[in-house]
Design a protein around this ligand. Structure first.
Ligand SMILES: NC(=O)c1ccc[n+]([C@@H]2O[C@H](COP(=O)([O-])OP(=O)(O)OC[C@H]3O[C@@H](n4cnc5c(N)ncnc54)[C@H](OP(=O)(O)O)[C@@H]3O)[C@@H](O)[C@H]2O)c1
Length: 211
């Protein structure tokens, strides 16, 4: 099975590494494949390819968007028909200087994406924790929390399975509008990690009391 990842930066490379370790094929879609080929690990076994974004979208049924939010609109509109593909939105609509979110409360980045990406089954995931955790989700005695939401239940389940495969406690958060809460949750992680000096080596998890 192949997963396409649009963007080969911190998040794209982290997820790609985690997927390849589990035996999946990864196809990166980037603006300049020659440049990204110098920055991405491309094993000789053919498990990773780097190509132009439209080719990467065509290559897989599940496509992850891991680009700066400013690039999302052009990418979404650049594909005339997403043909029922599962489009996973890992982005956050960050204001410059990490000074908050540019969308929120009564809409969010994921819902805006769903309006633009005609025919896609949009799922929000992989946006609420740091890239280091996406590359390696192992923590002693617990699994890091990964909330997943989207309006298409089958698409949501596929992404929950994918997040579970790479080591997360993937939790079904229901419809896409739950991303209104998940994008601010990303800001909580960012504030702790970067603004309040906790560093990037932590993850949120769910603690359960025995029944
Ligand atoms: N960093 C984190 O820990 C983290 C965690 C969760 C979510 N996020 C979110 O994930 C997204 C990506 O963050 P990041 O840290 O990975 O950013 P990044 O390191 O800056 O990487 C962004 C990638 O997107 C590519 N890109 C830019 N415009 C593109 C386009 N039009 N088509 C295809 N690819 C394009 C860039 O290519 P070029 O380098 O060639 O321009 C680069 O490979 C952001 O929305 C961020 O808020 C980040």
């Amino acid at each position: 099975m192949s997963i396409s990842i649009i963007g080969a930066g911190n998040v794209g490379k982290a997820l790609g590494r985690a997927f390849v370790q589990r035996g999946l094929q990864v196809v990166y879609g980037v603006p300049d494949p020659d440049k990204s080929l110098r920055e991405v690990d491309v094993p000789e076994d053919g498990s990773v390819r780097v190509c132009a974004t439209p080719d990467a979208v065509a290559a897989s049924e599940l496509v992850i968007l891991a680009v700066p939010h400013a690039a999302v609109g052009a990418i979404a509109r650049g594909i005339a028909d997403w043909q029922g593909k599962v489009l996973v939105d890992a982005t956050n609509p960050l204001a410059p200087g990490l000074d908050g979110l540019t969308l929120g409360t009564n809409t969010c980045g994921a819902e805006a994406l769903a309006q633009l990406a005609a025919g896609a089954r949009v799922v929000k995931a992989f946006n609420t924790t740091g890239a280091e955790n996406l590359a390696d989700a192992r923590y002693p005695g617990t699994l890091p929390f990964m909330p997943v939401c989207g309006d298409d239940a089958a698409a949501r389940q596929q992404v929950i399975a994918l997040a579970s495969l790479i080591g997360f406690d993937a939790v079904d958060m229901g419809p896409l509008k739950s991303a209104r809460y998940l994008e601010p949750l990303a800001m909580v992680w960012i504030q702790l990690a970067i603004v309040h000096g906790h560093g990037r080596n932590f993850a949120f998890c769910r603690a359960h009391r025995p029944a």
